[in-house]
Design a protein around this ligand. Sequence first.
Ligand SMILES: *Cc1c(COP(=O)(O)O)cnc(C)c1O
Length: 437
Amino acid sequence: MPNADLLTRSLTAVWHPYTQMKRHEALPLVPIARGTGVWLYDFNDKRYLDAVSSWWVNLFGHCNPRINAAIADQLDKLEHVMLAGFTHAPVVELSERLAQLAPADLGHCFYASDGASATEIALKMSAHYWRNLGKPQKTSFISLQNSYHGETLGALSVTDVALFRDAYGALLKQNATVTSPDWRNAAEGESAADYALRCAGKLEAHLQQHHDSIAAFIVEPLVQGAAGMAMYHPVYLQRAHELCNQYEVHLIADEIAVGMGRTGTMFACEQAGIRPDFLLLSKGISGGYLPLSVVMTTDEVYQAFYADEVARGFLHSHSYTGNPLACRAALATLDIFAQDDVLHINCSKAAYFNRIAAPLREHPKVRNFRNTGMIWAFEVESPHTDFAQRCFALALQQELLLRPMGNTVYFMPPYVIGEEEMQMLVERTLDIVEALI
Ligand SMILES: *Cc1c(COP(=O)(O)O)cnc(C)c1O
């Protein structure tokens, strides 16, 4: 199909996500014909290094042969069956394997198809748990400043990104936010750990006063993605976990972006040594192939719903809950983690990247260069108010897919990125930074 035709038809027939469509009068869409490894190709075979893993979902490259084979195999057996009243091997196996990998006692898996739905499920389950326990007044939630947990109405009510919220404020339940431990806001000379503890003090003050009405505290462990890859010290999670236990408030770990090895450990919570009451996964869980999300929770939560009365049960569903194809993609993804010793290898890849990224880190116009696992981010001091769009456009010319958030440039590459590709990413990003300062 010729490029130009596809672009026009897409702009006519498709309403693209997170997009002011009028912008596309000036900025063309990028038509993608195929992908392999870290590369996406357009119809003229021009390539782009997918340095953001296609919105943080892709782990092992595009068109990964092993994930392809697993889905093809499943396709010949069973494409889908409803999960109410029925079950199938991929969903059982996936639940068991996730429970083995996750912090102990998160042995009950509830499925949906996207991250926002996982947030909705955790919020509903938490409040319903307290109701089943005779504490129906515990219906509010708290989240961190600049938090992002999805954009459906419930998820948006615990999301603190003004651009996403402002138009819908009137539709949202009011929930409080507490100070983010984002170390960029630490005082002069204050360590990330000290700042995290200072912020945990604010959480404590809030819980002390309001715990009676709070069902849960929802948090993105270690990295607040949509806030611009804000990173913080794990001691915050340790303290938050203690406080939540003390004040009888659930801790919901939204690992939709940071789970599946992204922060260096399989789950970010492991770095704080904590077990949350709910652990949410999506994005990378299917290797970036198919929509799938899961809410993992404890036996204590599960038992609070287990009763003779139907109304005490968790009466929530989605049509594609536990889809077998998506579960097989997730199982193939877990196989790759095990077979290729991925976490270990990522650790050396990250060390290599940090070495070669020195010219970026030390660049006079680059601020707060930071890294957690396979995520890198920094701010660029630039006179351009439309820095993000300019950077995106220049990156495309340089065969890179970068999507800065404001002045924050970040890399979140597929784990299969090689050394040459990392070098290219650093060198060309430096050129782009030079062109925009
Ligand atoms: C992406 C994301 C979500 C929402 O997931 P969707 O699949 O886009 O609905 C929720 N929380 C976090 C931390 C995310 O990064």
